[in-house]
Design a protein around this ligand. Structure first.
Ligand code: 8YV
Length: 331
């Protein structure tokens, strides 16, 4: 019997060809998240799963899908997957790092520019027809040029943001649990700083940490209070890294100047207070959403799944312990 794969989004048709030639492939043919009940029903007999970051791949799914050997997610973030349970059950988990780095860094920078220069407000104003005569003191924003950027999480995306900051003459501070190599620090002109100190110093704070137990609600009331009243918070990582209720309070009480947010605690639900605020810029989780990048992510996810099902090591395997257990497949 041929191995079978469930793909929970239609991705790009041509990208699926390697799988179609070798395996039975079932694709959820819609551009929206696969409903949970349908997901549970269709994954039951599958050997491979290509999932999106909106699909919760948890113990319930692993209990249902007893034949599953590989889960390949079309994302770099893996907080939607219970990797611990997968590992115990010998299921390979793979993701798509690298290909979305620059695109996500572009969005972080775009949010920074948009909120600082009030581009969202300016755009709404221009369309509203209220622009009759030029007013010298209208829609004044804040300069980005030569300001201090604090990057929290100095992995691939954090560093790509730092590279962009160089072109704006910004001073770059970073916080991470591991110090970057000296060569990287000097190349990016980036300085390591303790988290609380960075928050108190930066004009812009941009979040680039993965979501896990150690980063959940990392930015809470206490840390928001450390930020300058003139500072802006940018988030393209995961919504749960910020305590959203605390953020709303800080914005309301003008404890910080504004925020640029691409991710939220309970996507796609947004608190009404955020929607009504002028000093925030909100985008619907589009960090990696360029045509080129989304295509590369899909290709890589397909490749990871294909390799896993062929008994070969997926390119970006996150739980290599499972691979070692396969013993004779190591060559
Ligand atoms: C989404 C992302 O996964 O890669 C990630 O971690 O958050 C995004 O790229 C994207 O919407 C694809 O599902």
């Amino acid at each position: 019997m041929k191995k079978s794969v469930l793909v929970t989004n239609k991705l790009f048709e041509e990208v699926l060809n390697p799988l179609l030639n070798r395996f039975e492939v079932e694709v959820f043919q819609q551009d929206e998240p696969m409903p949970r009940d349908l997901f549970k029903e269709r994954v039951e007999d599958k050997t491979g799963l290509i999932a999106m970051s909106v699909d919760r791949v948890d113990q319930e799914i692993f209990d249902i899908a007893q034949s599953l050997t590989v889960v390949s997610t079309v994302s770099v973030g893996v907080d939607h997957i219970d990797i611990e349970t997968a590992t115990k059950r010998g299921i390979m988990i793979a993701n798509t790092p690298g290909v979305l780095t620059e695109t996500t860094a572009d969005l972080a920078f775009a949010l920074m520019m948009t909120v600082a220069r009030r581009i969202g407000e300016a755009e709404r104003y221009t369309r509203s027809g209220k622009w009759k005569i030029p007013i010298y003191r209208r829609l004044l924003g804040t300069d980005v040029y030569r300001k201090t950027l604090g990057i929290i999480g100095f992995g691939r995306i954090g560093r790509a943001v730092a590279r962009r900051a160089g072109g704006f003459g910004m001073k770059v501070l970073y916080y991470d649990i591991a110090r970057a190599d000296k060569a990287v620090e000097s190349d990016l002109n980036a300085h390591l700083m303790p988290l609380d100190e960075l928050l108190a110093t930066a004009d812009f704070v941009s979040l680039h940490v993965p979501l896990d137990k150690s980063t959940e609600k990392l930015i809470d009331q206490r840390r928001l209070a450390l930020m300058k009243r003139s500072a802006f918070l940018i988030n393209t990582s995961r919504g749960k890294v910020i305590d959203e209720i605390d953020l709303i309070k800080a914005l309301k009480h003008k404890e910080i100047a504004g925020a640029g947010l691409d991710v939220f605690e309970r996507e796609p639900c947004l608190p009404r207070e955020l929607i009504e605020m002028e000093n925030v810029v909100l985008t619907p989780h589009i960090g990696s959403a360029s045509y080129e990048t989304r295509k590369k992510m899909a290709e890589l996810a397909v490749e990871n799944c294909f390799l896993g099902l062929e008994g070969r090591r997926p390119r970006y395997l996150l739980n290599p312990e499972v691979w070692k257990e396969k013993g004779d497949k190591i060559s």
